[in-house]
Write a protein that binds this ligand. Structure first.
Ligand code: ADP
Ligand code: MG
Length: 243
């Protein structure tokens, strides 16, 4: 359903990763863990072409493209099938919570404003912010802002939501409400790839945990296997530090 085949990314002379393969089924929840600087964010960004891969093939649902020679049209099609949740929320500061959620539905999907707003209000309800429709990001807590960020991704009705350390910029008091919303999406079997240091979340929610180090997928498996019986010495060392 989602496949990365031979994805390669370089920044100048620096190869971040070379020939990465990763496949997900519809409804699968993957958590990617690993030391910082290892290429987790870059890999996630390659999946929706926030970074252009240097080689490989990307497949999301019925769309499959040669990542190096992707046309503008293919890139737009890829972006519609993938939604991104950023560490720093990346909300429009001059738009209300409702308008942040509705922007894509209006601009990308071409929905009439009234229809977009109706759906936007449903999403605000689901993310527990029905009373914040008219609030601007600056007046919201970090946790509320990130829930809006997730609401915006939900509005895209993407085949997969990509989360890049969605709780690591939050004050500790706001982490749980964001993780709870992500758990809710997981229970609804929203396909997601989550880069996270929240090991408890990975344990509870992931179907599969992928450990990356130095631009490579070192090992992957169900959380109870990977956390209790890691095979590779690098995984063992990493887990000793974070668990
Ligand atoms: P992680 O998310 O695992 O911490 P990143 O994907 O952010 O790792 O970074 C992987 C490597 O790619 C790092 O060496 C980082 O310095 C480099 N890198 C990331 N983005 C850029 C960029 N835009 N330009 C140059 N190098 C980058
Ligand atoms: Mg990162």
């Amino acid at each position: 359903m989602i496949a990365l085949n031979g994805i390669t990314k370089r920044f100048g002379a620096h190869t971040v990763f070379d020939n990465i393969d990763l496949e997900l089924e519809q409804g699968e929840i993957i958590v990617i863990i690993g030391p910082s600087g290892t290429g987790k964010s870059t890999l996630l960004r390659c999946i929706n072409y926030l970074e252009a891969p240097d080689a490989g093939r990307l497949t999301v649902g019925d769309l499959s493209l040669d990542a190096r020679h992707a046309t503008r049209r293919e890139i737009l099609a890829l972006r519609r099938r993938t939604a991104f949740v950023f560490q720093n929320y990346a909300l429009f500061a001059n738009k209300t919570a409702l308008d942040n959620i509705c922007e894509g539905m209006i601009v990308v999907d071409g929905l009439p404003k009234a229809q977009a707003h109706a759906r936007g209000r449903e999403i605000l309800e689901r993310i527990g912010l029905a009373d914040k429709a008219d609030a601007y990001p600056a007046s919201l807590s970090g946790g509320q802002q990130q829930r809006v960020g997730i609401g915006r991704a939900m509005a895209a009705k993407a085949e997969v939501i990509l989360f890049d350390e969605p709780t690591s910029a939050l004050d500790p008091e706001w982490v749980d409400e964001v993780l709870a919303l992500m758990k809710q999406l997981a229970l609804e079997r929203q396909t997601m790839i989550v880069v996270s240091h929240e090991m408890q979340f990975a344990r509870e929610v992931a179907d599969r945990v992928v450990f990356m180090d130095d631009g490579r997928i070192i090992e992957q498996g169900p959380p109870d296997e990977l956390f209790t019986n890691p095979q590779d010495e690098r995984t063992q060392r990493f887990l000793r530090k974070v668990l």
